[in-house]
Design a protein around this ligand. Structure first.
Ligand SMILES: [Zn+2]
Length: 154
């Protein structure tokens, strides 16, 4: 399977977030061509600032394989990781990250800074960006468009 295929699975996760009123961000983690975890943003529902798609997916993946090291895994996420998630990715030694849309307000995988490839850390991550970018960013912008519309009507 290729990057587009797995990014579409991440988009499916993002759709699940949207359905429950969460900012639509989804992530999947793939190891040896197998999806070992998938998750979506649950920050509002759980009222947990750390309940980002990537954190939840990393947590599930570690449980799934019984190890905190995810060296050979690839994480697919619809939006560029924030500083917290980029940190968690480095600390779990994830080998590769693929993201869809860039995040000009919080992206720490190349936009504001690049924590994933900071040479002073003891782990660097292979990075591919812009896979299914249009679909990933359209999902987010339509979500915020509808949110603004709803707020106006109130
Ligand atoms: Zn995050």
């Amino acid at each position: 399977m290729n990057d587009q295929y797995y990014m579409k699975l991440a988009l499916d996760e993002a759709e699940k977030a949207k359905e429950i009123g969460e900012v639509p961000i989804g992530a999947v983690i793939v190891l040896n061509n197998t999806v070992i975890s998938s998750a979506h943003n649950l920050r509002e529902r759980e009222q947990r600032s750390i309940a980002h798609a990537e954190i939840l997916a990393i947590d599930k993946a570690c449980k799934e394989i019984g190890s905190w090291r995810l060296e050979n895994a690839t994480l697919y996420v619809t939006l560029e990781p924030c500083p917290m998630c980029a940190g968690a990715i480095v600390l779990s030694r994830i080998g590769r990250v693929v993201y869809g849309a860039s995040d000009p307000k919080g992206g720490c995988a190349g936009t504001l800074m690049n924590l994933l490839q900071e040479e002073r850390f003891n782990h660097q991550v292979d990075l591919t960006k812009g896979i299914e970018e249009q679909a990933c960013s359209e999902l987010l912008s339509s979500f915020f468009r509808e949110l603004r519309k709803r707020k106006k009507h109130k």
